[in-house]
Design a protein around this ligand. Structure first.
Ligand code: SF4
Length: 168
């Protein structure tokens, strides 16, 4: 596996925040048990995208739930079913904001958790940018490990496609 093989994307960031071992497996395109895979894909879409009931918007490769103007500023947003994976959602949105910034587009982010009646602003300030860069470096470090990080039981394992692989 060479450096050119890996392109960090929003999905990888999301998995890294939830389970580093899963990020390694996904980056290596290691396919999990087909039967379970559907369970996980379904759950992932449900958790991360709130079923994308609204019209999805796209800027380049970035798919977004919300793209709007607010007081002359571009706002991108994601709607999540719950705040359970808030860190993952926040880092994913920061990543999208950084891509926009690289393309000369200044924007701010908003995460929506309608079932919890919560909204959270996500700003790509210096601190967040440093946090994101460190995370990207760490993701690459993990991905290039010869072996995946050890399996560690977390609530997310319950329906994970790799559960059998990790704990059989
Ligand atoms: S089963 Fe658990 S430890 Fe294994 S990849 Fe899935 S979430 Fe990670």
């Amino acid at each position: 596996m060479s450096a050119e093989d890996v392109k960090i994307n929003g999905t990888l960031i999301w998995y890294y925040c939830v389970c580093k071992r899963e990020a390694w497996l996904i980056a290596r395109s290691i396919v999990a048990d087909q039967e379970n895979e559907f369970i996980e894909i379904g759950r992932f879409i449900n958790e991360s995208s709130y079923q994308r009931e609204k019209k999805e918007m796209q800027i380049g490769n970035i798919k977004l739930d919300i793209l709007k103007m607010d007081n002359g500023q571009i706002v991108i947003g994601e709607v999540k079913k719950s705040s359970k994976f808030k860190l993952a959602a926040r880092m994913q949105l920061l990543f999208y904001l950084s891509i926009l910034k690289e393309n000369g587009i200044s924007a701010r982010g908003e995460l929506y958790f309608p079932e919890e009646k919560k909204r959270e602003e996500v700003l790509l300030n210096e601190e967040a940018l440093t946090e994101l860069e460190q995370m990207k470096q760490d993701i690459l470090k993990i991905i290039y490990l010869e072996q995946p990080p050890a399996a560690r039981k977390i609530p997310f394992c319950k329906n994970c496609a790799y559960a059998e692989f990790c704990f059989a």
